[in-house]
Design a protein around this ligand. Structure first.
Ligand SMILES: [Zn+2]
Length: 245
C-alpha cells in the first residue's frame, strides 16, 4: 500500500471508531419545480429560524412584488408579529410554511448537526413538526403543506414520519446564502445564477448579516433577467429521497 493510501485508510478507520454507534447517515434532499413551456420560473424559499426579521428583504419583496415561501418556526412567530402582519397583508406574495416549533433538526436519533442538537427521538420529531403547524394555525394562515426541518438535513426514518403526517418536505437546489453566513457579493452571485426550475434557499431572520443585502441584489438581478417567481403551492415540486412523492 502506498503511503497516501495508508494515510486515508487510517483516517477512515479513526472516523469509524469515533462515530457514535447510533448516528444515522443524514440526507439533504433537493427540490426542483417542474419546468413549464416558456420557462424561466424559480421558487424563492426563505427560512425564519428564530431571531428577528430582515426588513431589507421583506421590503424588497413587497416593493418588487416578488412572491416567496417563508418557512417559519414557532419561536420566530412569537417575536415577529409586525412582519407576520405585513406578510398576511400580502397573501398574493407570501405563503407561510412549517419550519418546526423550536428549530430542532428532524433527526430521530441523538446527534449534532452543524452544532445543533437533533430532536433525538421519533416522538420529538413529531412534536417539532406538530408544534410548528400549531404555531402557524394561531396566526390564521392556511394550514401548512410543506415542512423544512432546521439545518435541512434529515434521517430517512424522520422523512417517512413527516410524509405520513401529510407534509411534503422542502429541499432546495440553490443554497443562496450559506446559512446567512456568506458575504453580500457571493450571496448575490449564487442567487443571480438561478435557472428555470431552481428552488433557492436563503434566510430572512438575520437583519445584521451582510448576506441579506446580497439576497436583495440577487433577486433583483433575476427579475431584471425576466425570470418569474412562484411559491411552492403554485408549482409542482419534485424532490428526491422520498420527500414529495
Ligand atoms: Zn432554520
Amino acid at each position: 500500500m502506498r503511503p497516501f493510501q495508508k494515510y486515508f485508510c487510517a483516517i477512515a478507520i479513526s472516523l469509524w471508531v469515533i462515530s457514535p454507534g447510533n448516528a444515522q447517515l443524514l440526507v439533504a434532499p433537493t427540490l426542483h419545480i417542474k419546468a413549464e413551456a416558456g420557462g424561466g420560473r424559480v421558487a424563492l424559499t426563505l427560512d425564519a429560524c428564530g431571531g428577528r426579521t430582515d426588513t431589507r428583504i421583506l421590503s424588497a419583496l413587497v416593493e418588487n412584488k416578488i412572491p416567496a415561501t417563508i418557512f417559519v418556526t414557532g419561536i420566530w412567530l412569537k417575536h415577529n408579529a409586525a412582519a407576520v402582519e405585513i406578510m398576511r397583508a400580502h397573501p398574493e406574495l407570501f405563503e407561510l410554511e412549517n419550519h418546526g416549533g423550536r428549530h430542532v433538526p428532524a433527526v430521530d436519533t441523538p446527534q449534532k448537526i452543524y452544532g445543533i442538537r437533533s430532536a433525538g427521538s421519533p416522538e420529538a420529531v413529531l412534536a417539532e413538526v406538530e408544534l410548528g403547524a400549531a404555531a402557524l394555525a394561531v396566526t390564521g394562515e392556511p394550514a401548512p403543506k410543506w415542512f423544512r426541518g432546521a439545518t435541512a438535513e434529515y434521517s430517512p426514518s424522520a422523512i417517512a414520519m413527516i410524509r405520513k403526517l401529510g407534509f411534503k418536505i422542502a429541499g432546495f437546489s440553490i443554497n443562496g446564502d450559506g446559512g446567512s453566513l456568506l458575504g453580500a457579493k457571493e450571496t448575490a452571485r449564487r442567487i443571480a445564477a438561478a435557472k428555470d426550475g431552481d428552488v433557492i434557499i436563503a434566510h430572512i431572520n438575520q437583519p445584521t448579516h451582510a448576506a441579506g443585502e446580497g439576497v436583495v441584489q440577487g433577486l433583483l438581478a433575476l427579475k431584471a433577467k425576466g425570470l418569474t417567481f412562484v411559491r411552492l403551492d403554485d408549482a409542482d415540486g419534485v424532490g428526491d429521497e422520498g420527500t414529495t412523492d
